[in-house]
Design a protein around this ligand. Structure first.
Ligand SMILES: Nc1nc2c(ncn2[C@@H]2O[C@H](COP(=O)(O)OP(=O)(O)OP(=O)(O)O)[C@@H](O)[C@H]2O)c(=O)[nH]1
Ligand SMILES: [Mg+2]
Length: 214
């Protein structure tokens, strides 16, 4: 029964992400947030970790979220509507932790993200993306603490898995899992993905739908 239910959910997720998906709006400040109309899943992670690329891979659309080589490209909360009628909203959050970020930009980021995380009943889960080449950094631990404190449950997602040797992925995963276990809001399911090869993308789609339905 369990296996059948899982397969059914996976198929539902596949269909949902293959269907209509549209950019809704950008919110550079809290006052521009759209009214909550569906369960939201937020993408967090260091600048350049691959948030926008992951969004594009999940939705199979190359240019839905803007990607770039310039760290800190995404500076606002970007909302994407999935499904017609609307079923899930994906939220691309501004990246954190780039070296040359001016202090007032960092403060602005913290205020915006914290207010969103704490005040959004529709927010069902966050994804905290971790670059497979670098593993967990202190700025990621800060993000995890912010989510713990806001009581927003989150999955850790290892990105750019195509960039590291397959033999290095196991130890990386183990180390990240040990640390995640110490965080109250970290979900035990951790994903390993590549937006380049598509590895792990279908599994993450299913997890997103599952979280949205929870
Ligand atoms: N090889 C490989 N490259 C990737 C992958 N995901 C993203 N990249 C590259 O990494 C760079 C940054 O990707 P983005 O998706 O723009 O990163 P981001 O987290 O949205 O960055 P900010 O918006 O600046 O916070 C781009 O050059 C991408 O092409 C991946 O899975 N594999
Ligand atoms: Mg981005």
């Amino acid at each position: 029964m369990k296996v059948e239910a899982d397969e059914e959910l996976a198929e539902r997720a596949r269909k949902l992400f293959a269907g209509p998906i549209e950019f809704l709006k950008s919110a550079p400040e809290l006052q521009f947030l759209p009214e909550a109309a569906a369960p939201e899943i937020a993408f967090a992670g260091r600048s350049n970790v691959g948030k926008s690329s992951l969004l594009n891979a999940l939705t199979n659309r190359k240019g839905l979220a803007r990607t770039s080589n310039t760290p800190g490209r995404t500076q606002e909360l970007n909302f994407f509507d999935v499904g017609e009628p609307l079923q899930i909203r994906l939220v691309d959050m501004p990246g954190y932790g780039f070296a040359e970020a001016p202090k007032d930009l960092v403060r602005r980021w913290r205020n915006l993200v914290n207010a969103y995380l704490r005040g959004r009943a529709a927010l069902k889960r966050a994804l905290v993306l971790i670059d497979s080449r670098h593993g967990l950094k202190d700025v990621d631990r800060d993000m995890m603490r912010m989510l713990d404190e806001a009581a927003v449950s989150y999955h850790l997602v290892l990105t750019k898995s195509d960039k590291v040797k397959p033999s290095a992925l196991g130890p990386l995963y183990e180390g990240v899992a040990v640390e995640a276990a110490k965080h109250p809001a970290a979900h035990p399911a951790i994903f390993t993905t590549s937006s380049e090869t598509g590895s792990g993308i279908a599994e993450l789609r299913t997890a997103i739908l599952e979280a949205a339905l929870s």
